[in-house]
Design a protein around this ligand. Structure first.
Ligand code: MN
Length: 258
């Protein structure tokens, strides 16, 4: 079993280290992760500039590789031959902050898993619901142990084609988790606000600001699950076709549209 570990927060993030350490119990681990934070970068394929890769070490002294590409670039580079040995499983994370509902369309963590799936390799994304009062000093060890349990299941069962697992872990200690719940995507509520300021030349610039997103906490969703203390396992498919709408869409007056 050869497991590729990547993330979207950068090679030095403690969530990546926790995930790499957790995966070592299951097989050989290769770490290839971005050299900077790519959070909320979506699914990227870098095509118009070269990508550089170099060897480095994680904080525990183990060898790793880093590139100036996005998380999905890291996965593509590895699978296309930068990593010589065949990869059996790709895991991404552990992201600080949950990736819930519509977040998955922004998430570099999730799109790294999707890139694996496109190449026919099982991909799993792990995110930890981070508490703002932790001030960034999160303990990723319990989430690492959960990631190990999930990876064991994926190794045993495999995943269907074009399907990834999006795993969200509540911020709890080992004995506080209530269990695992298979969920659907919930409804995120974004509280984005446009913040406009002026630079020293008087030219306006913009931030997309506002409060962190909230969400509708229905029990069978990712959002409701982590609020209830359960680890949320959402199967995501790369086929985004809105099948329920196809019939009505066909009934539009397409013959007049030309
Ligand atoms: Mn991130």
């Amino acid at each position: 079993m050869h497991i590729l570990v990547t993330n979207d927060d950068g090679i030095n993030h403690p969530g990546l280290l926790a995930l790499a350490q957790a995966m070592r119990a299951l097989g050989e681990v290769t770490v290839l992760a971005p050299d900077r934070n790519w959070s909320a970068s979506g699914h990227v394929k870098t095509m118009h500039r070269p990508l550089r890769a170099r060897e480095t070490k994680l904080a525990d002294g183990t060898p790793a590789m880093t590139t100036d590409g996005a998380p999905s670039d890291c996965v593509a580079l590895a699978i296309l031959g930068l990593v010589k040995k065949k990869i059996d499983l790709v895991v991404s994370g552990i992201n600080p902050h949950a990736n819930l509902g519509h977040d998955v369309t922004y998430s570099g963590t999730v799109t790294a898993a999707m890139e694996a799936s496109i190449a026919g390799i099982p991909g799993v994304a792990f995110s930890l619901e981070t508490l703002h009062e932790n001030g960034g000093k999160d303990d990723f060890a319990p989430a690492g142990r959960i990631a190990q349990q999930v990876a064991v299941q994926v190794i045993e069962h495999g995943l269907p084609e074009n399907t990834v697992l999006n795993v969200n872990i509540p911020y709890l200690q080992d004995d506080e988790f209530k269990g695992f719940r298979v969920t659907r995507q919930g409804l995120r509520i974004y509280n984005d606000e446009l913040v406009q300021r002026a630079d020293p030349h008087g030219t306006p610039y913009y931030w997309i600001g506002g409060e962190p997103p909230s969400g509708v906490a229905e029990e069978d969703t990712d959002i409701g699950s982590i609020l209830d203390g359960y680890i949320s396992i959402t199967p995501l498919q790369l086929d985004l076709t809105a099948r329920a709408f196809m019939r009505e869409l066909r009934s539009w007056e397409w013959e007049k549209a030309s």
